[in-house]
Design a protein around this ligand. Structure first.
Ligand SMILES: [Fe+2]
Length: 429
């Protein structure tokens, strides 16, 4: 069940958070797109509003919120009309921020009014399990989808502004986040925890979740052992110093091509200063490489090569979920966006870091679950059409919202993606 009051409160909270996030930006930053994956912050603000505007389109005739063109802010929904190409988003300087903020206000007002006034049957407070719940004529489902969509873009925003500021020379880079990073904990040796052979439920069994998390199904999983913490910068530095980036034997063929073409020799945002010491760029500014913090901003290819060099492997997404369920990993008390650090933390004693800190690459290709059924209507293009040439990541990061992440949550990116807070956990048999 979800009440109107709770939905209204969640909606207002998430919409305000997006506005708060752009406050530290200078005048130029809302319009910058340093690479195709990075959308300008102004575009994010308008696109998430366009998503809610589509919900108005489905529910109200002549709602009057069509004040900016869909063409500019539709991302990839073929059925919802033509759109500005993704690579062109950074060429657009108008509508100016004041028009985008006005667009947000108009759409917010109409969504709040819709939630308050729609009749009970159309609001549908029953949290039916997808795909038994109906999208059209089920406002609570639609609004929750819009809220979760905006939370995804908020996480993207953090990784995007990190990349935008990284483009500047070190002496001109400014920290986005003024929160001081916590002092590193004492180095913690890693152990492997045995996850017993058995039949595990994979996927979401109740409540709002993305279509790609349904249907829940049983899987038989052989015994394996999973690392009790994330791979650290110190662990990864040994791979770097051992010539890991120069030895083709550790790499998948496409990974080796990628490393050579991009001339990679370390994770993204690592660099050496004039004294040849390793530094990293964070949302909290430049800092010395902390050997006890989890390594992040590695591609699947780097994660895979590191695992091979280590004599281990990456988990499948099913193994990851079975381990999280077997170990009863809680969502609370994790380093998620609410901790306001925006950087992965060194592991505390007894903490596995399976939720928060960094997304964990799995070796699983992003595929539909048995009985998968896409979301209805215009949002049918949300997940299913991307089940092609992508790998699954699990567990959320320091930029993920607490009420957005779930044990069953499936993130996915192409294997060469490095700008997300992505990291590594090893398994062995
Ligand atoms: Fe989107």
């Amino acid at each position: 069940m979800i009440s109107r009051k709770k939905l209204l409160s969640d909606f207002k909270t998430v919409r305000k958070a997006s506005i708060d996030m752009i406050k530290p930006l200078n005048d130029a930053e809302p319009y910058i797109q340093p690479m195709a994956d990075v959308s300008p912050p102004a575009w994010n603000l308008a696109h998430t509003t366009w998503f809610f505007k589509k919900i108005l389109d489905w529910n109200i005739k002549n709602h009057g919120a069509d004040i900016l063109p869909d063409y500019l802010f539709n991302s990839y929904y073929e059925k919802l009309g033509d759109r500005n190409p993704r690579t062109n988003r950074g060429s657009i300087t108008n509508p100016a921020m004041k028009h985008i903020l006005a667009y947000r206000k108009v759409v917010d007002k109409k969504i709040i009014s819709l939630i308050s006034k729609v009749n009970d049957s159309e609001f549908n407070s029953q949290q039916a399990v997808w795909p038994n719940s109906v999208g059209k004529g089920n406002l609570s489902f639609q609004i929750q989808t819009g809220i979760n969509h905006e939370q995804q873009h908020q996480e993207l925003f953090y990784s995007e502004i990190k990349n935008i500021r990284w483009q500047n020379l070190p002496e001109f880079r400014e920290a986005y986040n003024k929160t001081k990073l916590p002092k590193s904990e004492i180095s913690r040796k890693t152990k492997f925890i045995t996850i017993p052979c058995g039949t595990y439920t994979i996927g979401s069994e109740n409540g709002w979740a993305y279509d790609n998390e349904y249907k829940a199904h049983k899987m038989h999983i052989a015994e394996f052992k999973i690392q009790d913490r994330l791979v650290t910068n110190g662990d990864f530095l040994k791979f770097v110093e051992d010539g890991g980036y120069n030895n083709p034997l550790y790499w998948l063929s496409n990974g080796w091509e990628f490393v050579k073409k991009e001339k990679l020799n370390s994770p993204l945002y690592w660099y050496r200063n004039k004294s040849n010491a390793w530094k990293i760029w964070t949302l909290n500014g430049d800092k010395d490489l902390d050997l006890n913090e989890p390594v992040t901003h590695v591609s699947f290819y780097e994660a895979h090569a590191f695992a091979k060099w280590s004599g281990a492997r990456l988990p499948t997404e099913h193994e990851w979920e079975a381990a999280a369920k077997h170990l009863k990993i809680p969502i609370s008390d994790s380093n998620l966006v609410e901790s306001k650090i925006l950087h992965p933390k060194a592991p505390k004693p007894g903490k596995t870091q399976m939720i928060g800190d960094v997304w964990e690459w799995t070796t699983s290709h992003y595929e539909p679950y048995p009985g998968f059924k896409e979301f209805p209507e215009g949002i049918g293009e949300y997940n299913g059409k991307f089940m092609d040439n992508q790998r699954v990541l699990r567990g959320g990061s320091c930029a993920t919202s607490k009420n957005h992440i779930r044990i069953s949550y499936r993130n996915f990116w192409p294997a060469n993606t490095r700008f997300q807070f992505s990291g590594i956990r090893l398994v062995i048999n």
